[in-house]
Write a protein that binds this ligand. Sequence first.
Ligand SMILES: [Zn+2]
Length: 141
Amino acid sequence: MRYYLNKLINSLNRFMYGRYKGDELNRFLIIVYFVFYILSFIPIPFFLGFFQLLSTLIFVLILFRALSKNIYSRQQELYKYLNLKNKVKSSINLQKQKQQYRKTHLYFKCRNCKANLRVPKGKGKIEVTCPKCKHTMIKHS
Ligand SMILES: [Zn+2]
């Protein structure tokens, strides 16, 4: 029994050797897969079969990425995913900050480089220098 188990583990290891296996993107896709899989059991008119198809496609994608030997391309996908995740995260954080300091601070974007800036409210007409691109602008706070 133990012999066959070891043999099975060895052949699995050989099969997975040099393959991409998992990363954070695949873990995220597994969650998305389960969400669509569960949604596929809810009879929503017009969407019948849609979530089932979607969850199947995502399952195939997860398998494809895990078994892929093209490590470089899979890593590029991971970097794109992480970039997007960071953008979403910082945008949520900015919205939280805007909400938290809405009474004391004025938020706006730099006209030159689109960086997010804030100044204290109630200071009247002030000259603001963007810390990123050094562009100066006049603001009424
Ligand atoms: Zn700027």
